[in-house]
Design a binder for this molecule. Structure first.
Ligand code: PLP
Length: 430
């Protein structure tokens, strides 16, 4: 039961759990169990046959994880969610669920590096072709698609460029062709609701803002429930034709009485069952704790980041600041159409002194952590040219938006005076 609440501040505290059915506990209990006792053989067979939904084994479902799933589904405006062991696993499962050998997906080039590797290398070894297109031109997705295209993929607010993806425009083009848009909303929870803009599926690395504490790795897939898979049987045979791995179930038919959840239920009962990328109940509990303060934190991240951007924009050693507030024209229009209530916690800037200045700046930081993560409550910084992007040629670095002097900040929720003081002292040494 997600509950009747529509506002994120309420959803994160109440959706999917008011009190524990066994103990009346108000906090969500950690059900650290692998298995669940069946009432009798009849009950067990009904569960396995999906005639009744219930707990079977924690690789596939768990009551603690179910609360996280209900809350994130409600927050994104979806019908159901599936939590998994990492953001990477969320992307893998979200795509694998509807693709076979010989199929393809079309993806924006503006991607987190780990996602890029998954798409360009690992999917290739599995016979799934990923075609990369420039998100500046929504029609590029159409041109790159054919009868074997199973999905389009993009991030809401990709770094380092921080150019917001045209979700509504691309989703509408995809829906006309029967191609669902999957959006990674990791960098903009609360601020963006891709499902409202026409996306079919949303994924998150919960490792980032949803957790916020930097203690746990996890991911989640949210099914919007609005994509009509059955209307395109040739594109989605895995959902519309008998599945030999589940007694010949036709997912779009079998799941009808349970609601428009064919996509997400199939992912759970076939992929989680077979691949086993389950989230541990303890980590689900950690994300539930994080989620409770997400609306407050994301506002604080946005406000602090805007103050950092305004400070950097006036600094003589800074040649460029990368942030939606610094953009104009079409990019700014997209940012304002997609992000509501703030531009999030990420910002980039370029130092006049190039790569050496970037290294000196990072080494001088005292409050900011030098880590590869984003979305922590603490402030984080990285110099991509000497770390995350160091394996790329200088030309490829430039293509992804990384210059030698580029520094990425994930601005935390510490007091803004302390954040600015640390940037200020580090810039004197850059
Ligand atoms: N998507 C985005 C936008 C990310 O930034 C990351 C990680 O940095 C991931 C996905 C992968 O998430 P995880 O590290 O939880 O596997």
């Amino acid at each position: 039961m997600a509950g009747p609440w529509k506002n994120p501040e309420t959803i994160v505290l109440h959706a999917g759990h008011r009190r524990d059915s066994a103990t009346n506990a108000v906090a969500v209990p950690i059900y650290q169990t692998t298995s669940y006792q069946f009432d009798d053989t009849e009950h067990a067979s009904r569960l396995f046959a999906l005639q009744e939904l219930g707990n079977i084994y924690t690789r596939i479902m768990n009551p603690t994880t179910a609360v996280l799933e209900a809350r994130v589904a409600a927050l994104e405006g979806g019908v159901a969610a599936l939590a998994v062991s990492s953001g990477q696993a969320a992307e893998f499962v979200a795509i694998q669920n509807i693709t076979h050998v010989g199929d393809n997906i079309v993806s924006s080039t503006d991607l987190y590096g780990g996602t890029w590797n998954l798409f360009a290398n690992t999917f290739k070894t599995m016979g799934i072709d990923v075609r990369f297109v420039d998100p500046a031109d929504p029609e590029a997705f159409v041109r790159a698609s054919d009868a074997r295209t199973r999905a389009w993929f993009a991030e809401t607010l990709p770094n380092p460029k921080l150019q917001v993806f045209p979700i509504a425009e691309v989703a509408a083009l995809g829906r006309a062709l029967g191609i669902p848009l999957i959006v990674d909303n990791t960098a903009a929870p609360i601020l963006a609701r891709p499902l409202d803009l026409g996306a079919a599926v949303v994924v998150h690395s919960t490792t980032k803002y949803i957790g916020g504490h930097g203690t746990s790795i996890g991911g989640i897939i949210v099914d919007g429930g609005t994509f009509d898979w059955a209307a395109y049987p040739d594109r989605f045979p895995s959902l519309t034709q008998p599945d030999p791995s589940y007694h010949g179930a036709v997912w779009t038919e079998a799941v009808k009485p349970l609601g428009p959840i064919a996509y997400i239920l199939k992912a759970r009962v076939t992929l989680l069952r077979d691949v086993g990328t389950a989230l541990s109940p303890f980590n689900a509990f950690q994300f539930i704790q994080g989620l409770e303060t997400l609306p407050l934190r994301i506002r604080a991240h946005s406000t602090n980041t805007q103050a950092v951007v305004d400070y950097l924009a006036k600094h003589p050693k800074v040649t460029r600041v990368i942030h939606p507030s610094q953009q104009s024209g079409e990019y700014r229009r997209r940012a304002d159409a997609v992000l509501k209530g703030g531009y999030g916690g990420l910002a980039g800037f370029e130092l006049a002194g190039g790569a050496d200045a970037g290294r000196r700046f990072i080494n001088a930081l005292e409050l900011f952590y030098h880590v590869a993560n984003i979305g922590d409550a603490r402030s984080l910084a990285i110099h991509p040219a000497s770390t995350t992007h160091s394996q790329l040629s200088p030309e490829d670095q430039l293509r992804t938006g990384v210059t030698g002097g580029y520094v990425r900040l994930s601005v935390g929720i510490e007091h803004i005076d302390d954040i600015l003081a640390d940037l200020d002292q580090a810039l004197t040494k850059a």
